[in-house]
Design a protein around this ligand. Structure first.
Ligand code: COA
Length: 184
């Protein structure tokens, strides 16, 4: 359904838990996601989270997808849309490639392009927004590559690993995306 050359976006399944548990408690990933303050996650919490993604999708409150490689059907991360404002046709976007072996190889850009196509062409959204830590250069570059622009800064808004950090707000309008190379 949402398939590109390198990745497809699909529903999370309970059988994904083993792969998620290999990566989800790694400090480097948690710091990049600002999720250190949650402490370690237990296996059954992840199973419950997967079940929640099904319910939230049915209720149209969040569309959270697993990212899987096309070449060998391997789960490498997750990506999704949430915090919908259906009146304004706006939502937030998030992505995490859990497995660091797959960072910096184009999987993020392709996953986001598939998700944006779903957001604008299937859900008929008008705007998507995200928040990224200033220090997360790889993520900022990835977002820029798919068309997001920085529109604001939350100064010292997040306390991560012993320090306050600025986060950057980026957004993308449908008309900007549809004039880009992503559209057929
Ligand atoms: C952020 C993330 C989704 C990006 O996906 P990715 O597959 O790693 O990124 P891509 O390879 O598609 O694109 C990254 C771009 O940034 C560049 N890049 C990589 N590391 C970089 C760095 N340290 N500084 C600047 N640019 C960098 C890459 O070269 C690439 O640009 P290019 O194609 O012009 O060469 C992924 O790395 C990830 O999930 N990281 C861990 C969790 C995270 O940070 N999530 C985002 C939270 S806001």
């Amino acid at each position: 359904m949402l398939e590109g050359e390198k990745v497809r976006l699909r529903s999370f399944e309970l059988s994904d838990v083993d792969e998620i548990m290999k990566h989800w408690n790694q400090m480097e990933l948690r710091i990049l996601l600002g999720a250190m303050d949650r402490g370690p996650a237990a296996r059954n919490q992840e199973e419950e989270w997967i079940k929640d993604t099904w319910k939230l999708r049915q209720e149209r409150k969040a569309f959270l997808f697993a990212i899987e490689t096309v070449a060998d059907n391997k789960l490498i991360g997750g990506s999704g849309l949430f915090k919908f404002d259906w009146t304004s046709r706006s939502a937030e976007v998030g992505i995490s490639i859990y497995n660091p072996d797959y960072w910096g190889k184009g999987y993020g850009v392709e996953s986001l392009n598939l998700l944006l196509r779903f957001a604008f062409k299937d859900l008929n959204l008008n705007r998507v927004e995200l928040e990224v830590f200033e220090f997360n250069r790889r993520a900022r570059k990835c977002y820029q590559k798919v068309g997001f622009q920085a529109v604001g800064r939350r100064r010292r808004a997040r306390f991560i690993d012993g320090q306050h950090h600025d986060s950057i707000i980026m957004d993308l309008l449908r008309e900007e995306w549809s004039t880009g190379q992503q559209v057929d």
